[in-house]
Design a protein around this ligand. Structure first.
Ligand SMILES: NC(=O)c1ccc[n+]([C@@H]2O[C@H](COP(=O)([O-])OP(=O)(O)OC[C@H]3O[C@@H](n4cnc5c(N)ncnc54)[C@H](O)[C@@H]3O)[C@@H](O)[C@H]2O)c1
Length: 354
């Protein structure tokens, strides 16, 4: 059991249930509501019920998945909050992946001008990434996270036990963010990542904790993404574009699968435009391809990728913004690349062999 002390809340990692009960006993809330989706209601709620004693709560169930991270689902959540009589002194408990964390947090932060919420993330992606940093929101007009705000939870409780019911693909998707945290800031974390033989048969607690330490260090220096927080976007400029195009295709990519490809391409740019050595580029590429396999990128989609990258909200003006690696565990933000180089990085990915 480990604790991260952030400036205004704590993240507990491990067998968290004593801490959850203490939190609920020490704070007085007028009512409790737990938000779940159709998967976490069956896979995660029983664990929550078994371990949280002496508290009654209202259940708010929503449909799962990114396609439901919408204002329509928020209306359902707010409706249920009203029906259950929640008020500004109530607590919302988000029991689910990043979709529930982002949207449940957004609904809590806006209902009656804001009530408290805690995150109990149940996917690896949510445990190492979405649950920390205070970004809340929903998609709008097919633009990811277009509406939202920054607000921290009262606490985050991360129990790796939830990972046992996650599919291999979902687990591997979340693992991409751990890889990113190692690559941008912690070479020892990277070395321990590449030593893992089978991510599905591995006790994740230590890697989750160390991955969170990287993100904590960054978000506390820059809570509103004005500067250094942009290092967390390594792999995401290209990865988000691939993810968006794939969403509307018959071969959708999970977030982390797209980010994995994005990291290979952006590592190539880091070697071409910055200090990353050819040896390190090769190491990164082979590790990622070995874990995620290959999804050939079609040249016909290249213009659309560039168009999406040019609309990224992290850009300044028309320039596409990147984070580059300087080495393993070291990165630099606010870098730019010409469109031809970006396209060549996609071709580099396509040229790799398993
Ligand atoms: N706020 C942030 O800083 C931040 C950072 C990264 C990602 N995100 C957001 O996170 C979202 C993606 O998160 P995600 O990958 O967790 O997606 P998700 O919440 O859709 O969960 C993925 C799937 O796993 C299921 N699931 C969740 N926990 C489970 C469990 N323990 N066992 C079995 N099934 C389970 C869900 O029902 C869903 O079908 C995106 O909307 C993204 O924008 C936010």
């Amino acid at each position: 059991m480990k604790t991260l002390n952030l400036s205004d809340y704590k993240i507990e990692v491990g067998d968290v249930w004593t801490k959850v009960n203490t939190f609920l006993n020490e704070n007085t809330f007028s009512k409790l509501a737990v938000i779940v989706d159709e998967n976490t209601v069956k896979d995660c709620l029983p664990i929550f019920r078994e371990n949280v004693k002496g508290h009654s709560f209202h259940l708010i169930e929503i449909p799962s998945g990114e396609k439901n991270k919408t204002i329509a689902t928020c209306q359902t959540i707010w409706q249920r909050m009203m029906e259950h009589g929640l008020d500004r002194h109530s607590l919302v408990i988000n029991l689910g992946g990043g979709v529930i964390g982002d949207m449940g947090g957004f609904c809590a932060a806006t209902f009656k001008r804001g009530m408290a919420f805690i995150q109990i993330p149940t996917t690896l992606l949510a445990q190492v990434d979405a649950s920390i940093g205070g970004k809340l929101g929903i998609d709008f007009n097919e633009v990811k996270n277009a509406i939202g705000l920054f607000q921290n939870p009262k606490a985050v409780f991360i129990d790796p036990i939830f990972l046992k019911t996650l599919s291999y693909k979902e687990l591997r998707s979340g693992f991409a963010e751990i890889i990113k945290h190692g690559l941008i800031a912690d070479v020892n974390l990277w070395n321990d990542i590449v030593a893992v033989e089978d991510i599905y048969d591995f006790e994740m607690e230590d890697l989750i904790y160390r991955s969170l330490l990287v993100k904590q260090n960054v978000v506390e220096q820059d809570p509103f993404e004005k500067g250094i927080r942009k290092v967390l976007n390594f792999g995401h400029t290209i990865g988000h574009a691939l993810e968006s195009v794939a969403l509307n295709s018959n071969k959708p990519l999970l977030h982390g699968e797209a980010i994995a490809i994005g990291m290979v391409c952006e590592a190539w740019l880091s070697q071409k435009e910055n200090e990353l050595s050819a040896t390190n580029l090769k190491t990164i590429s082979h590790y990622i391809i070995g874990l995620y396999g290959k999804s050939m990128l079609s040249e016909t989609d290249f213009p659309q990728y560039l168009e999406i990258m040019s609309q990224d909200k992290k850009n300044q003006g028309k320039t596409i913004n990147f984070t580059y690696l300087k080495g393993l565990g070291s990165s630099v933000f606010d870098c730019t690349s010409a469109e031809d180089s970006i396209l060549d990085s996609l071709r580099y990915y396509n040229s790799l062999t398993l």
